[in-house]
Ligand binder design. Structure first.
Ligand code: IPE
Ligand code: IPE
Ligand code: MG
Length: 248
């Protein structure tokens, strides 16, 4: 039986976040340039969008380029930006009734990329079968720092009192204010770390790490991760008995 067949269709995660890692090592293992790994990785992203829609997942957040990735060699950064530009595929979004969102520090994104992305965001804004959230020039510490700045300004202007600040105030000041926290976070490529991704939002997320390099990721790997998620008991600080009682 495949993992896809073993999934409980009634217990699908609504939001899956993915750290798509391993493009460079995938290419190196084949004697190719890193850019070949990124190019293959993009094809996998497109297939993942189709697969997520098929599985009935509502939100997919893709860690596409981190704040720290700006420190890579300029040629690689340029290649990634060009690849992004070349692959903003409106037709794919329309076919899957998917809506594009972007989170991150957009001021650093080259205008030609931003323009094409904004067009796609605009043209897909009425879709809601699948929300694709591209984290670009994104890092959690950047995001939380910006949130602190926004909240401070509200306090300074008298719009908000310091003692009214709640967890919700913080959540709503983040770039992910329109999406529920991810139930499942997948990282490919073998590293067991979050690399500055969704630190606040993944406080109670199930974490799944696999060795597969991103260019080799596929529907069956995705289903395997979801299968893993479906077999976790999510206790949220309670005891196992309490969780069972609340279900029965
Ligand atoms: C992930 O693959 C893609 C980006 C970070 C843009 P990497 O490029 O990090 O691949 P490895 O980790 O070097 O194999
Ligand atoms: C994380 O991968 C960022 C993305 C997948 C976009 P990295 O390859 O940049 O992470 P580190 O450097 O290994 O932590
Ligand atoms: Mg990497």
């Amino acid at each position: 039986m495949t993992y896809q067949e073993r999934l409980d269709k009634d217990r699908m995660p609504s939001h899956v976040a993915i750290i798509m890692d391993g493009n460079g090592r995938w290419a190196k293992a084949r004697g190719l340039e890193r850019s070949a790994g990124h190019a293959k990785g993009v094809e996998v992203v497109k297939k993942l969008m189709e697969d997520s829609a098929t599985l009935g997942i509502s939100y997919v957040t893709l860690y596409t380029f981190s704040t720290e990735n700006w420190n890579r060699p300029i040629d690689e950064v340029n290649t990634l930006m060009q690849l992004l530009y070349d692959n903003i595929d409106e037709e794919l979004f329309i076919r899957n009734q998917a809506r594009l969102h972007v989170i991150g520090d957009m001021e650093r994104i080259p205008p030609f990329v931003m323009d094409k992305m904004n067009r796609c965001i605009e043209r897909t804004r009425h879709f809601d079968r699948l929300h694709v959230i591209v984290a670009l020039s994104y890092s959690s510490r950047w995001e939380i720092t910006e949130a602190v700045r926004k909240i401070s300004l509200k306090v300074a202007s008298g719009e908000l009192k310091a003692d009214e600040i709640s967890e919700n105030t913080v959540s709503e000041a983040l770039t992910t204010d329109f999406v529920p926290d991810p139930e499942l976070l997948i990282r490919t490529g073998g590293e067991i770390r979050l690399s500055n991704f969704l630190l606040w939002q993944s406080a109670y997320t199930e974490l799944y790490f696999c060795d597969t390099y991103w260019p080799d990721f596929n529907m069956e790997e995705l289903c395997k991760a979801i299968y893993y998620y479906q077999h976790r008991e999510r206790r949220f600080g309670l005891t196992g008995d309490q969780v069972e009682e609340s279900i029965n």
